[in-house]
Design a protein around this ligand. Structure first.
Ligand code: CA
Length: 226
């Protein structure tokens, strides 16, 4: 949920903005002083700041300058006069948009949406990356760009683990994946395959531990340790 910081000393204006932005699915924080806005953005960085120019302590311009010292957050100015907007545009203090009072809260909400959409690629989480490349058809797995020389059983075992990261597989489940009937000594079979698999992985990354042991339960693939 995008978080919007509203800096406005007129309660009625702030109220209509809070209402319109929350109705649009944003979380909001409202402060009435420029200094409080800088403090608040330090504590909880907003995704966008709506900044009135005429504030009781420091001006919106000065507030923006102070925010810019540590943040690239998008800023939308609220202005009471067209003349102020000339300054916004002339000062090049990094305003992303502005509206002149009186304004429609719905228009402000629409502009906020537009700015956030423009920013979206920077806000999206990075897709989980894995150091393993699995080629099922060729029955090959590469680790950190280097092909692994695996036996058929080691390949099946690692494939099984990689396909469901973080899931803990029991030795019986892994044995099923190998297509080997479980009988006496199957635990040792799995353990010895895991041991040789780990040895091959360590040749490539000595400090990593992609295959985790869960005592009494089995094994899992941990992307965090790969
Ligand atoms: Ca004001």
């Amino acid at each position: 949920m995008p978080h919007i910081l509203i800096v406005e000393d007129e309660t009625s204006i702030a109220d209509t903005l809070v209402y319109a932005l929350q109705a649009d699915g944003h979380s909001t924080e409202w402060v009435s002083l420029g200094s409080a806005a800088v403090e608040q953005h330090r504590l909880r960085p907003a995704d966008l700041v709506i900044l009135d120019i005429g504030l009781p302590d420091i001006s919106g311009f000065e507030t923006c300058r102070q925010l810019r010292r540590f943040s690239e957050v998008p800023v939308m100015f609220l202005s009471a006069r067209d003349a102020e907007i000339d300054r916004v545009l002339g000062l090049e203090i990094g305003a992303d948009d502005y509206v002149v009072k009186p304004f429609s809260p719905r228009e402000v909400a629409a502009r906020v949406r537009a700015i956030l959409k423009r920013m979206a690629p920077r806000l999206e989480p990075v897709a989980e990356s894995t150091p393993f490349q699995l080629d099922t058809l060729a029955m090959r797995i590469a680790y950190r760009g280097q092909p692994l020389n695996l036996t058929r059983h080691e390949f099946r075992l690692l494939q099984c683990l990689l396909e469901q990261p973080r899931r803990v597989f029991s030795r019986e489940q892994l044995l099923d994946g190998l297509g080997v009937a479980s009988d006496v000594g199957y635990e040792r079979t799995i353990d010895s395959h895991i041991k040789s698999l780990r040895a091959k992985l360590r040749l490539i990354a000595a400090d990593a531990e992609p295959i985790q042991t869960h005592r009494g339960l089995g094994y899992s693939y941990s992307p965090e340790h790969a």
